[in-house]
Design a protein around this ligand. Structure first.
Ligand code: ADP
Length: 358
């Protein structure tokens, strides 16, 4: 029987920093278990704040290095990982059991906002998280098309607390995602003209009446530009934050800055910016520069790639994540950075940093 105590192990782990956040694993409360084994080894279990944690091997290596230096008699070190998705859990007042609600917005249409929203949702699901995707882009709901979803959601009767039946919407599950969209209720060619109060009502109903169940992330694809839906969301729940998508040109970046300001006005924290359609025609790197200038995290770039459009048009967004698809690594990186930014905000400080833009 080894005589290494838990205190000795924890003492070693104080010196191991999380490679993403840069603080000790102990401070971040990421050590779930630390014990010695009968054969002179030690078992450590690390609780990651998100399924999309990018550098678990680095943590394992750092732990091994520190333990070997401080406790040279240990025969074997086993590092296990578990995930406890951190979240604000603020949907309680409207009955949502979602740890993190993430809005995806843009200054104008056509920049790939829906592509990013759907990819973020599907990517996080691939990492193992429970994810929902809500298409709140009432002016151009493209999520069902991108996911190849045509079925209308089922309406189910549920007994309410007061004994009366309540009607709820069962979201269809596509590619492992629970999906709801205005596009499932209106014909594709039907022009929907939504005014403020109607929009507010529809979004509220979508959030409350859909049987989302328990989710780690609910990704919301916002309409471009305007702040109506963001304001409604901000009044209903505490969002984890917003991702702003833009293309690299200067004009598009100006629109993105407007979107950032809009989120600031409605008190939704900005998680960061994503550059989409980077490449020869539009240039590259503009968003990263703008993000740095504004002090906003940069969450990654997605190069222009015809296959992305073809797969989106064919309802096969999941194919973009295949190992041999050139977009896959960019999409995965964007998902990891977004998930880590959410975790970082929760782990680093209870208060959100304020943005000073314009
Ligand atoms: P938005 O939601 O901002 O209006 P979409 O996500 O609907 O934009 O994208 C607009 C069009 O551009 C779609 O046909 C989509 O498939 C395509 N697209 C999006 N991102 C890329 C990219 N990185 N490379 C090539 N085509 C893209």
């Amino acid at each position: 029987m080894s005589n290494i105590t838990e205190t000795q192990i924890l003492d070693c782990l104080k010196d191991v920093r999380d490679p993403e956040i840069g603080r000790s694993l102990i401070d971040l409360k990421m050590v779930k278990q630390a014990r010695s084994t009968a054969d002179g080894g030690i078992d450590i279990e690390i609780d990651l704040p998100t399924h999309a944690y990018p550098r678990r091997e680095r943590i394992a290596q750092s732990i091994e290095a520190v333990v070997m230096a401080k406790l040279p008699d240990v025969s074997k070190i086993t590092v296990k990982f578990s995930v406890n998705t951190r979240g604000k859990d603020t949907g309680g007042s409207i009955g949502l059991r979602v740890k993190n609600v993430v809005a995806v917005g843009s200054g104008k249409g056509g920049v790939g906002k829906s592509t990013v929203a759907a990819s973020l949702a599907y990517g996080l699901h691939l990492y193992g998280a429970r994810v929902g995707l809500m298409d709140a882009d009432v002016y151009g709901p493209s999520i069902p098309h991108m996911l190849g979803l045509h079925a209308r959601p089922e309406i189910v009767d549920e007994p309410g607390d007061d004994g009366k039946t309540i009607r709820r919407i069962e979201p269809p599950v596509v590619n492992g995602l629970k999906v709801m969209s205005m596009g499932l209720f209106v014909a594709p060619d039907e022009a929907v003209v939504w005014r403020g109060p109607m929009l507010h009502g529809a979004i509220t109903q979508f959030l409350k009446d859909t049987r989302w169940g328990e989710l780690d992330y609910l990704i919301i694809d916002l309409p471009p530009g305007t702040g109506d839906v963001s304001l409604t969301l901000s009044q209903l729940l505490g969002l984890a934050g917003a991702v702003v998508v833009c293309t690299p040109q200067e004009v598009a970046l100006l629109d993105a800055v407007k979107a950032l300001n809009m989120f600031r006005k409605v008190k939704i924290p900005v998680l960061g910016m994503v550059e989409n359609m980077s490449g020869d025609i539009f240039g590259r790197g503009g968003t990263m520069r703008k993000a740095a200038e504004l002090g906003v995290p940069f969450l990654g770039e997605i190069p222009m790639n015809a296959q992305l459009r073809v797969n989106g048009d064919a309802g096969r967004i999941a194919d973009n994540f295949a190992d041999d698809n050139p977009s896959a690594k960019f999409l995965r990186h964007m998902c990891e950075q977004t998930a880590m930014q959410i975790a970082r905000q929760l782990l680093e400080s209870p208060t959100m940093p304020t943005l000073e833009i314009l």
